[in-house]
Design a binder for this molecule. Structure first.
Ligand code: EPZ
Length: 424
């Protein structure tokens, strides 16, 4: 199993190109099931999760071809026919976003048998909102042997669906299903994340009739068929936020390119308050923090978009461990998203947990140590801590990291970080 070894205290300087968004590419790939014509996705990131979803889509009959055009990865997905409606446990368990095939299979094929994804390190991750929505659209759903069996033999019907909790995945799953339903579907209390807007733009290019994506009410008028399209995956706002926090933690001066600063406004506001200098253009972001000027502790609370993203909480905490003063960090989205805390404490961080809130008291310096990754964002928070720590930090189980970050050691090394991958 690979591990990454970081020797800290090198300020970062240079340029980091941001890749296509993992959390946009995954639903976009699932959308390819909605049509028998090819869907080509430009700027798909080279990540383990993308590969796993590709394996699952092939089970359903999707032919996948990857090519590079002027250095940009082009993924062509074509599903002339659905050859199997079963999404097997061994694939869904490895990558829970596989559950996003349920809506497209129901809409295109009238039935689906998808393994319940199960929980993971950050929470038990229920899918009740997805299932309630499909039932409202006329599907019959029953659970057996850990599989969700869904059937809509006479096709899905448009419905009024109000989510009791804001859910990115449920919004995406139901928006895709509604695109081919009979009649209009209204999704209320819908998620507003930029990835939802990106999926809607792609579906509209395929012929879907969607209004309101990016707001909390989305209207979808079902159509009989969708056609193929070509779509560019939007830049990964979580990758951008992660590297912005790495610079704030390690100190230095880095420009992030191919990005969209307005997608991480909430984070940039926190970083500004903490004392980092931020300069932006529509597609780039410059972050500076003079190593001689310590960050100030700033409180943060995660929330659905446009609030502070839960996927940046662990990285923000790593940054706050050596700030002056204290930072109170509340995690409101997931019930167990503090797995990085004991690992940061092994490096000398001073953190107290009270339910969903962590009180971080800044220490002068972290000390490098062997630590363990548990999920994609916790693992990158340990890399950020290692970049600012004294000595060497070895992060094991980096397969978690490789699920969400393309070529992280290459991008950081290019900015002066001392980081290397060890194959054990
Ligand atoms: C998406 O997960 C992202 N994954 C997550 O990123 C992200 O943390 C999350 O949205 C929140 O922004 C992808 O896009 C592939 P949710 P998702 O449904 O859709 C509860 C990463 O690190 N809920 O918005 O699974 C749920 O338990 C990953 O890249 C229900 O109760 O998240 C959670 O408390 C981690 N019932 C809250 O809603 C449901 O049916 C938000 O979950 C669905 C969700």
């Amino acid at each position: 199993m690979d591990r990454l070894v970081v020797r800290g205290e090198n300020p970062l300087s240079g340029t980091i190109p941001i890749s296509g968004a993992k959390n946009a590419a995954l639903p976009l790939m699932a959308a390819s099931l909605l049509t028998q014509e090819p869907l080509t996705l430009r700027n798909t990131p080279d990540l383990a999760d993308i590969t796993i979803l590709g394996e699952l889509l092939s089970e359903h009959g999707t032919e996948i071809a990857l090519r590079k055009q002027d250095g940009v990865r082009m993924l062509r997905l074509s599903t002339p026919a659905i050859t199997s409606a079963v999404a097997p446990y061994e694939l869904v368990a490895r990558m829970r976003a596989s559950f996003l095939v349920l809506g497209p299979l129901l809409a295109r094929h009238g039935e689906a048998r998808v393994s319940l994804p199960g929980g993971d390190a950050i929470g038990h991750r229920p899918v009740d909102l997805h299932l309630k929505g499909f039932e409202a659209m006329g599907a019959t759903i029953f659970l057996d042997q850990g599989y969700i069996n869904a059937r809509a033999t006479n096709g899905l019907k448009g419905a009024e669906i109000r989510f009791s909790t804001v859910s990115v995945g449920a919004t995406e799953n139901l928006m895709m299903a509604a695109a081919l339903a009979d009649g209009e579907t209204v999704l209320e209390n819908a998620a507003r994340e930029p990835e939802i807007g990106d999926l809607a733009r792609c579906l509209i290019t395929m012929g879907a009739l969607i209004e309101g994506a990016g707001t909390d009410t989305i209207r979808i008028k079902g159509v009989a068929k969708l056609h193929g399209a070509e779509h560019e995956v939007l830049p990964d706002r979580i990758e951008a936020g992660t590297y912005a926090l790495a610079v704030a933690a390690a100190g230095g001066d880095v420009v992030l390119t191919h990005t969209n600063p307005e997608a991480i406004e909430a984070l940039l506001e926190l970083l500004g308050k903490a004392g980092a200098q931020i300069d932006r253009t529509p597609d780039s972001l410059r972050i500076r923090r003079d190593p001689g000027h310590r960050l100030k502790g700033v409180d943060a609370m995660t929330a659905p978009f446009p609030g502070f993203a839960t996927d940046l909480q662990a990285q923000f905490m790593a940054c706050m461990t050596t700030a002056s003063g204290a930072s109170m960090i509340s995690e409101t989205i997931f019930e167990n998203r503090f797995m990085h805390v004991p690992e940061l404490m092994r490096m000398g961080a001073n953190i107290n947990l009270h339910g969903g809130t962590a009180l971080v008291r800044g220490v002068d310096i972290l000390k490098g140590a062997p630590v363990m990754a548990t999920d994609v964002r916790a693992s990158v928070s340990l890399i950020i801590a290692g970049l600012s720590a004294q000595g060497e930090t070895s992060v094991s189980k980096v397969y978690h990291l490789d699920r969400g970050y393309e070529r992280i050691e290459t991008k950081l090394t290019a900015c002066g970080a001392d980081i290397r991958r060890i194959r054990d």
